[in-house]
Design a protein around this ligand. Structure first.
Ligand code: NDP
Length: 318
């Protein structure tokens, strides 16, 4: 006996601010969205503490609590939220085929990709231990907690340069740890970094350990890879800015992406190269990567999915 396939109008993949916002709009437009959360339900924000820059929360809110609010709001309008991850897709024909947990296949008229991105980490045990207790991968999110203190940031790309100058406005001193003897960042960003007086750039340097008192970060052990000299910098905050990886591997071969894996959408739109497939949030945005911008593009994706479906219905009636 053949297994009956579930057919949905709108399938949303991912449960960060982009996915849940898409769900709120799609549900209110009666698209009866089904949302798969992925393995980290609530996305990257569930791994942060206070969120002070999301409008509408004047006193700030904890990241996990905010994502719970997003979920409740999406459910309130009838989104069918399911725990599970999408293991593969087949976008070769309409409706799109999406496989959940390597088992169940769903047919979807529209797919909204909001799978987000994951920060890259150095991979040190001590980095994991103090994550959220002085170690962060987002200066804009967490820099505020280190006002007037000394911090270190690792990385030499545009993100690291931008975040170092951001931190320099809040912190007393920012050590910037660059593993080679030069930056990867653009000339303009390097110029700005070099001309910020309270940023000290330490070249040819690798981070070997995040030092702490068992609760919070108290320093970072660094190694000069030329002289092999080791020392500890006294810092209370350690920021990792060595790049992000968009969670888009399962769409490779179907959806156009840049060399890092960020999904390429049409200008001023969330439309991808595949009809009926839209992408929003950090899976598609390598520039802003904020919860509020992800929510904004999530809204766009749902509106575009709705218009796409309305256009199809119109064609059928005519
Ligand atoms: P990048 O991949 O450009 O840079 C990563 C940096 O981290 C590199 O300098 C790299 O060193 C360093 N790094 C990687 N692994 C390690 C490690 N294990 N230890 C120490 N250092 C490490 O990532 P970004 O996030 O900076 O930028 C991603 C893209 O987004 C880029 O195209 C960038 O231009 C763009 N962007 C643009 C902005 C803007 O226009 N305003 C702002 C932010 C990003 P190495 O150089 O030695 O490889």
């Amino acid at each position: 006996m053949s297994q009956e396939l579930e057919h949905v109008k709108c399938l949303i993949i991912g449960s960060g601010p982009a996915g849940y916002t898409a769900a709120i709009y799609a549900a209110r437009a009666d698209l009866k969205p089904v949302l798969y959360t992925g393995m980290l339900a609530g996305g990257q924000l569930t791994q942060t503490t206070d969120v002070d820059n999301f409008p509408g929360y004047p006193k700030g809110i904890m990241g996990p609590e905010m994502m719970e609010d997003f979920r409740i709001q999406a459910e309130r309008f009838g989104t069918d939220i399911r725990f599970g991850y999408i293991s593969s897709v087949d976008f070769s024909s309409l409706p799109h085929k999406v496989v959940v947990d390597e088992e169940k296949t769903i047919l979807a008229d529209t797919v909204i990709i909001s799978t987000g991105a994951s920060a890259k980490w150095l991979g040190l045990e001590s980095e994991q231990k103090y994550n959220g207790f002085g170690v962060s991968a987002c200066a804009v999110c967490d820099g505020f907690f280190f006002r007037g203190q000394d911090v270190a940031i690792v990385g030499a790309g545009d993100t690291a340069a931008e975040e170092a100058t951001y931190l320099a406005k809040l912190c007393r001193k920012v050590y910037m740890l660059v593993r080679r003897d030069e930056f990867r960042a653009s000339k303009a960003m390097v110029h700005r970094t070099l001309h910020t007086p309270n940023i000290e750039i330490i070249y040819n340097t690798e981070t070997t350990e995040i030092v702490g008192d068992g609760q919070n970060v108290t320093g970072v052990r660094v190694l000069n890879n030329k002289t092999k000299e080791e020392r500890i910098l006294d810092v209370t905050g350690f920021f990792v800015a060595i790049g992000h990886k968009p969670n888009t591997d399962i769409f490779k071969g179907w959806i156009h992406m840049d060399e890092t894996g960020y999904i390429i959408t049409h200008p001023d739109s969330t439309r991808t190269n595949v009809e009926g497939v839209f992408a929003c949030g950090d899976a598609q945005d390598h520039i802003y990567r904020q919860a509020v911008t992800a929510a904004g593009t999530g809204c766009m994706a749902a509106l575009e999915a709705e218009r796409y479906l309305a256009g199809k219905e119109h064609m059928i009636i005519v």
